[in-house]
Write a protein that binds this ligand. Structure first.
Ligand code: DGJ
Length: 730
């Protein structure tokens, strides 16, 4: 790892273990992008930068250099309106109404380590030797606005993080209308763009398309990263596959509205960018004020999509997720949501927990419905006081009953919400996001608390903390079940109203920081109607996320496969639920429901008290198996073998870091008569190790398993599956 600056050519060369990233400062001060890809020694990288005179439709910023046009120059942080016509990284409105502004080189600093981002989640280092950072300061002479572009490279991860801090060092009042986190220009457009898109209950499906001239982008305008689009894009070079070829990923460490896109221009170059969505955004910067963008995490891998995923997984698992649970295996839980919905009492809960304990389950989670008068979803959000009708002896008593079983206890909250039918709303009708004189649109009968307000945040921190201090709770599910409408805050002046959505995110992050650090022994899982906020921003505060409200095993193949493109397995909640499945009505076997859920943070979400002895025996075995493979699943390397987006079979596997153990999951959705006799090739093993397969005599060579493969199982019956455990013999 190194950041090298060549004084003479003014080239910056950022090197991680296997990656190079380079740009040059032109004599006019423009930072021109040169290269991002596999590591090169980089003797004279500036030879790659071609500057060529273009037609008059690409005008010139410097009359002394008529071959230079920003419209044709690959750039690091481009502007609009001063000869570049492509999509810019920033736009600023001046008091005279103009939006022309040009940031050029002012100074730079290279240092060991990585600074925290003020008020925002970000990848971190534990010692200065783990990373090097370049801060490149650009300045607009007319306004005095400076932008500090931060680039960090890591010793142990082939990732580069980028973010930008705007500082109004001038006298004028400025409006930041667009402030992306990164932008990079590739010299060609021979890429496929991969995005993770979907909807509630079918999150993060993999979609690929070949780049075409013009703009292709994904975005959220929902005030959260959303079920519909994930703040991630990858560019796959021609012919790149799961295992081979150059892949570039960008992911935004942010949980609010974002944009990510690629613009292919007239010269076939591709501009890739990601950041806060400029749509409906404006940030007033008075003289002396600053604005920090979220962080973008950029990953290059020459080893296909799988290689890129493993870089993200390792980085996020070890240097995004924080706290004591980062390196701890996560408990197997049983959650009562799909078992009881709102209809439960203390005895019912204790009965489910008791049944779980007998089967080896380690934690009980009490979901929605324990507070206020919450017998359905029309009421009580904001009234975080125990419902004595359901739990007459209080939460403390229930927790004690579960604890007596030697089980941990977890609790559900939805702290960002307020029901119009609640004591809180009666007392504070202006505490929700709203616009004076306009309707307050409800979603699931609820409104959103205005987390941009300090008084609202203080109330939530206090009420949630009081509950968490009232009993030995060791897990919290932090839910959020609607998107923002009528986005406005009662406390902000007119010219700052468009700051509300981002101020909400900053407020949310402040609350999460306060609560998670005050309760370091509680494991937090974020949730937004399942995976509506499955993003690195939330993972910084909460090491795991409820992947989807869709608990059907077949649906989960696509959801978990798509999620694994970026996010580590240890961040994904996956539960076995009842059949017919509550979301799709499918009846997958208990074995297959288990095998799919085993590929995440495992748990059950059904009424275990109604299980037959045979079913209980099967659950006992699943739980015991998970306990054995848990370190491998949660902390091993993940390899995708067969994609549910490409065929009837899905397979993936987990390999321990020392390659001595592997766990393979294979699922076949629909059966065909007289089916093919297929083979399944494994990945990530040591070719020189010999492995034995549980339940079989004799050994397989690692090379044999990866090149020749194993016999793919043949099934009778739809939604069938099988798992394989391999152990190296010395
Ligand atoms: C949505 C979550 O995703 C579910 O798991 C459950 O907690 C419900 N909310 C409760 O209202």
């Amino acid at each position: 790892m190194a950041i090298i600056y060549d004084q003479e050519s003014r080239v910056f060369h950022l090197q991680s273990k296997n990656t190079s990233y380079a740009f040059q400062i032109l004599k006019q001060g423009y930072p021109a992008h040169i290269y991002w890809g596999k590591k090169v020694r980089g003797l004279q990288l500036n030879r790659l930068l071609q500057i060529k005179e273009r037609a008059s439709f690409s005008p010139n910023p410097d009359q002394n250099q008529l071959d230079l046009s920003l419209d044709a120059l690959p750039q690091e942080y481009p502007s609009y309106g001063a000869t570049d016509f492509r999509s810019p990284a920033y736009q600023v409105k001046l008091p005279n109404g103009s939006t022309i502004l040009e940031l050029t080189y002012h100074s730079h600093e290279i240092y060991s380590g990585k600074k925290k981002l003020e008020g925002l989640p970000a990848v971190y280092v534990e010692s200065e030797s783990e990373a090097q950072t370049l801060e490149l300061t650009l300045k607009d002479d007319l306004t005095g606005l400076t932008a500090v572009l931060s680039y960090t490279v890591f010793e142990n991860h082939d990732a580069i993080t980028r973010s930008v801090k705007f500082i109004n060092n001038g006298e004028m009042t400025l409006d930041l209308q667009r402030a992306l986190s990164m932008s990079v220009d590739f010299a060609h457009d021979r890429f496929e763009m991969l995005q993770l898109s979907g909807a509630w209950a079918r999150e993060r499906y993999v979609h690929k398309r070949k780049l075409v001239p013009g703009m292709q982008s994904v975005e959220s305008r929902r005030g959260s990263s959303s079920h519909m689009q994930n703040p991630f894009l990858a560019l796959l070079s021609e012919g790149a596959t799961e295992d081979h070829g150059d892949v570039y990923g960008v992911n935004l460490v942010y949980s609010g509205s974002f944009i990510a896109g690629v613009e292919v221009d007239q010269y076939h170059s591709s501009r890739l960018f990601i950041g806060i969505n400029p749509f409906d955004f404006n940030w007033r910067l008075e003289a002396g004020e600053q604005f920090q963008t979220p962080e973008a995490v950029m990953v290059f891998s020459p080893d296909g999509l799988g290689g890129m995923s493993r870089i993200y997984h390792e980085l996020y698992r070890t240097r995004l997720v924080r706290g004591e649970f980062r390196d701890k295996t996560r408990p197997i839980l049983v959650n009562n949501w799909e078992a009881t919905y709102f209809d439960f009492n203390a005895d019912k809960i204790e009965a489910i927990a008791t049944a779980g304990k007998e089967l080896g389950i380690e934690m009980f989670v009490l979901d929605d419905g324990w507070f206020g008068k919450r017998n359905n979803d029309t009421t009580s959000l904001g009234d975080w006081f125990v419902d004595k009708n359901k739990l007459p002896n209080g939460l403390e008593d229930l927790v004690a009953r579960v604890k007596r079983l030697d089980m941990q206890f977890g609790l559900w909250f939805e702290p960002e919400m307020i029901s119009p039918e609640s004591e809180l709303y009666k007392a504070h009708p202006d505490w929700c996001l709203h616009v004076e004189g306009r309707r307050r649109s409800q979603g699931r009968n609820q409104l959103i608390l205005d987390f941009s307000r300090q008084d609202v945040r203080d109330y939530i921190v206090k009420t949630v903390s009081d509950i968490l201090s009232s009993a030995p709770i060791t897990y919290v599910k932090w839910d959020m079940n609607r998107n923002m409408t009528e986005i406005g805050s009662a406390l902000l002046p007119a010219d700052r109203q468009r700051e509300t959505a981002h101020r909400y995110m900053l407020g949310l992050y402040e609350v999460l920081e306060t609560i998670t650090t005050s309760f370091p022994h509680i494991l937090f899982e974020s949730c937004s109607g399942g995976g509506g906020r499955f993003d690195p921003g939330m993972l910084y505060y909460m090491p795991q996320t409820w992947t989807s409200d869709n608990t059907d095993a077949v649906s989960r193949l696509k959801i978990q496969y798509g999620t694994s493109i970026v996010y580590p397995i240890s961040t994904m909640g996956a539960h076995v639920s009842a059949i017919p499945n509550h979301q799709v009505g499918r009846k997958a076997s208990l074995e297959t429901r288990g095998n799919v859920a085993l590929s995440g943070n495992f748990g059950y979400e059904l009424d275990l008290t109604v299980f037959t002895d045979e079913e209980k025996e099967a659950v006992k075995k699943q739980v015991a198996l998970y306990k054995e493979v848990r370190p491998l699943v949660q902390f091993g390397d993940f390899y995708r073998l067969l994609s549910p987006f490409e065929g009837n079979e899905t397979a993936w596997m987990f390999v321990s870091k020392d390659k001595s153990e592997a766990f393979v999951v294979y699922v076949s959705v629909l059966q065909e008569a007289n089916a093919k006799l297929d083979r399944l090739r494994l990945k990530g093993l040591d070719p020189n190790f010999d492995y034995v397969l549980d339940g079989e005599e004799g050994a397989y060579g690692g090379d044999e398993l990866m090149n020749a493969g194993i016999q793919a199982p043949l099934f009778h019956g739809d939604y069938s599956s099988k798992v394989f455990r391999f152990r190296a013999v010395k």
